[in-house]
Design a protein around this ligand. Structure first.
Ligand code: GTP
Ligand code: MG
Length: 191
């Protein structure tokens, strides 16, 4: 996995983005509780780098992490959390839209989808949104440990029927499935 990782800053508008050196960025998107912060922690082998919670809505700002002094991971608030207030939902839209419309440093958006649940309506909207903004996107299914090994193939098929893409990878931070592969996707995109 990656060697060094450090939290740099939280931001809610572009003036606060830290990356003045224009290093490559990778953003982790997806609905609340899908496992964005956990995946960042697993890739960095730090339990407490990005805040994780069993309650949805833990991440409320864009959080920038500098990895191996070479690129950034960006952790963003999740969407589709029913208890979010209207104001929070509006803010979420603003943060994300502003980030995606200034994505000159963005190498990949990782769109996280729950392996067991499959893509929700919100996930499909987010995928369309990323396509619309021409953001290179990788669909990352999470928590594969929650599905029996014999059923994994079925779940992959179900996800790809809803989001047809060659850029798909299945992961679990519990079993570490797919983490090495995801690391290689990141490293190859840098070379
Ligand atoms: N079984 C299992 N649980 C996981 C996995 N990854 C994350 N979780 C759990 O899912 C819950 C949510 O994880 P987070 O990483 O906080 O999710 P998030 O997408 O960052 O959520 P928000 O910040 O609210 O948008 C936590 O209880 C994690 O422990 C996994 O691979 N397998
Ligand atoms: Mg989070």
């Amino acid at each position: 996995m990656f060697e060094t990782s450090e939290f740099i800053t939280s931001a809610v508008k572009k003036e606060q983005y830290p990356n003045h050196q224009h290093l490559p960025e990778f953003v982790f998107m997806g609905r609340s509780n899908v496992g964005k912060s956990s995946l960042i922690n697993a890739l960095c082998q730090k339990k407490l780098l990005a805040k994780v919670s069993s309650k949805p809505g833990k991440t409320i700002t864009l959080n920038f992490f500098l990895i191996d002094k070479q690129f950034y991971f960006v952790d963003v608030p999740g969407y589709g959390y029913a208890v979010q207030s209207k104001v929070e939902r509006l803010n979420f839209g603003k943060y994300i839209e502003e980030y995606l419309t200034h994505h000159e440093n963005l190498k990949y958006a990782f769109l996280l989808v729950d392996t067991k649940v499959g893509p929700t309506k919100d996930d499909l909207l987010m995928y369309d949104y990323l396509q619309y903004f021409k953001v290179p996107t990788y669909v990352v299914s999470t928590k594969s440990d929650k599905v029996g090994t014999t059923k994994l193939h079925q779940h992959k098929k179900m996800i790809l029927e809803k989001i047809p893409t060659d850029h798909f990878i299945m992961t679990s931070t519990m079993t570490k499935k797919g983490l090495e592969e995801l690391k290689n996707i990141i490293l190859e995109s840098l070379s």
